[in-house]
Design a protein around this ligand. Structure first.
Ligand SMILES: Cc1cc2nc3c(=O)[nH]c(=O)nc-3n(C[C@H](O)[C@H](O)[C@H](O)COP(=O)(O)OP(=O)(O)OC[C@H]3O[C@@H](n4cnc5c(N)ncnc54)[C@H](O)[C@@H]3O)c2cc1C
Length: 533
């Protein structure tokens, strides 16, 4: 074997997977067809859950240092231009303000980390540099995946190196993180289902050094223009770069649209123009044998609501510990198979959340009338009507905290089947829960530490004082399977009250496997379920 895992594609998902596998001691080769990361805009917001994950990978602060300044507001505006009174101004806290809110709140409703705006072209080189420093991760740019075949024991990938030569690499597993037009997915003949090519927009990238400081209507991150072209302006992380998206006929029109939106004389340069299409698609399957798929290779959302890369990062960390466990010998045969069961339902769910957000966007845009700028009674009515609708509908894109934090792995074979339906899913609202399958709500302990930070990389049994429950049968169950379990005693009444039970079994990715006040009758069965047996 050349390595344990081959990862195809060094987008944010492949890079995150490589880093998490690397820190779990798994050897991998990361193949990327591009010679180097490109300066092309795509995503710009890591959501709160992704930042919690990056905190566990030890890179959250580096990402914040490289991203949008911590004191800049994350406000969203609906405008006719940057110099006219906004039709709607939605205020969202800067990272610094959000961190202060999180520090002051201890009811489990807030994430441990707030969002962070960072442009994909900044994030990818940063993740690349982290992956490259890991001794067991071999990062190969300029190396194209061509095809693969598998049998019961290995996967062999044919690759084209930067010098044009081809080679065959063998590994135990291969993961296709190769984006929307995934070669790996096509090879496996796995189809995408849903709605494709819903709308085509042009996106241009501009450098304009003084615009951000000069915006008279207030600083924010998104400026949606109420026009007939679905135009919106996005501030990139440097605050010196901007992207504008618009439905126009030619690349040259993107210059006109930028000047019309900015509506004041500024010195700027249009650096690039590209086209992109809106899709709402999910793959029929997330794996075949030893070959797995993650990220845009298996789900494509409308970026409205920012669930694209963020969903893919969730895939990466679900798959990563299962691959590590299987390669290290303590993961049972059901562990890797649970990846599709757990993550495909989240793909479907997030496509639905994105559809809901995008419908909201369409609803207020439908209220646009050409008289929107007129200083007449009718013009004022158009503005008032659009603002009123947008005040409800635009929030569907910006306030999906339930979609980000509240996902739960329903019906997973590696989660204890607690009787009952469990809490309802609400994209717009996060209600903390320890229902099996859910992410452990964040809580500050009495000593000021975050409970998440106390939890290690294996399974953890949280044991709240003053319980006298005997947990040794479960510990013996894990030991018998060779699976890592840490018992973490917590003497914190508040945490016990919020979590609702004396004992909580967590997986390596902080999702709850089981909860109770005493162990189930057959603790060995709980250990077997948790480890995929
Ligand atoms: C305008 C826009 C705005 C967006 N905003 C957000 C946002 O705010 N938040 C969010 O979460 N998402 C956002 N997204 C979506 C986000 O950009 C994608 O979901 C994300 O890039 C997916 O990451 P990925 O690693 O799965 O795939 P990609 O980023 O597509 O990376 C795939 C990689 O695989 C490589 N590759 C492909 N084929 C091969 C091959 N045969 N051999 C080797 N390498 C190969 C490619 O070169 C590429 O580097 C946005 C998208 C767009 C278009």
């Amino acid at each position: 074997m050349d390595t344990q895992v081959i990862i195809v594609g060094a987008g944010p998902v492949g890079l995150t997977l490589a880093i998490d596998l690397g820190r779990r001691g798994v050897c991998c080769i990361l193949l990327e067809q591009k010679a180097a990361p490109q300066f092309l805009p795509k995503m710009e917001r890591c959501n709160a859950r992704t930042m919690e994950i990056y905190r566990r990978l030890g890179i959250a602060e580096r990402i914040r240092d490289a991203g949008f300044p911590r004191d800049c507001p994350m406000d969203v505006f609906i405008v006719t231009s940057l110099i006219e009174p906004p039709l709607l101004h939605l205020s969202y806290p800067s990272v610094a303000q959000a961190q202060a809110e999180i520090a002051a709140c201890n009811d489990g409703t807030l994430p441990l980390e707030p969002y962070q705006l960072i442009s994909q072209y900044t994030l990818e080189p940063l993740l690349k540099s982290v992956a490259e420093r890991m001794p067991n991760v071999d990062v190969r740019y300029g190396c194209e995946f061509l095809a693969c075949e598998q049998d019961g024991g290995s996967v062999r990938a044919r690759v084209k190196n930067g010098n044009g030569s081809t080679a065959v690499l063998a590994a135990h597993y291969l993961v296709g993180c190769d984006g929307g037009s995934s070669t790996v997915r096509r090879q496996l003949d796995i189809k995408l289902q849903g709605e494709a090519n819903l709308m085509e927009l042009r996106q241009a990238l501009y450098r304009c050094d003084d615009l951000f400081d000069r915006i008279p209507i207030g600083k924010g991150r998104h400026y949606h223009v109420a026009d007939a072209h679905s135009t919106f302006l996005i501030v990139q992380d440097s605050t010196r770069h901007f992207t504008l998206h618009s439905v126009v006929d030619s690349d040259a029109d993107m210059q006109t649209m930028f000047e019309r939106t900015v509506a004041m004389p500024v010195k700027y340069k249009m650096l690039s123009v590209g086209r992109w299409r809106q899709n709402l698609l999910v793959a029929d399957s997330y794996f075949q044998g030893r070959i797995f798929l993650a990220g845009d290779a298996v789900h494509l959302v409308i970026p409205t609501g920012g669930l694209g890369m963020n969903s893919g990062v969730g895939d990466a960390v679900d798959l990563s510990w299962k691959l590590a466990a299987t390669l290290q010998g303590w993961g049972g045969p059901g562990l890797l198979a649970s990846y599709e069961i757990e993550r495909r339902q989240i793909g479907v769910r997030n496509v639905e959340a994105s559809r809901q957000a995008s419908r909201g966007r369409r609803a207020w845009r439908a209220a646009y009338r050409p008289n929107i700028r007129d200083q007449t009674l009718e013009g004022a009515e158009t503005r008032a009507n659009l603002s009123r609708i947008a005040d409800v509908e635009q929030r569907k894109s910006n306030e999906m905290i339930g979609a980000e934090l509240g996902y739960r792995y329903r019906g997973s074979p590696i989660i204890w089947p607690e009787p009952g339906e469990g809490p309802e899913d609400n994209f717009m609202k996060y209600v903390p829960t320890t229902w099996p399958g859910a992410r452990l709500p964040h809580l500050w302990l009495a000593d000021g530490a975050a409970l998440h930070d106390r939890i290690g990389d294996g399974y953890t049994l949280l044991r709240f004082a003053p319980t006298q429950a005997d947990t040794s049968p479960l510990e013996r169950g894990f030991t018998a399977l060779g699976a890592p379990l840490t018992v973490l005693a917590i003497d914190d009444e508040r945490a016990r009250d919020l979590y609702g039970y004396d004992l909580l079994l967590l997986r390596p990715d902080l999702h709850v496997v089981w909860r109770g006040d005493r162990l189930p009758d057959d603790p060995a069965q709980l250990a077997a379920i948790a480890t995929g047996r």
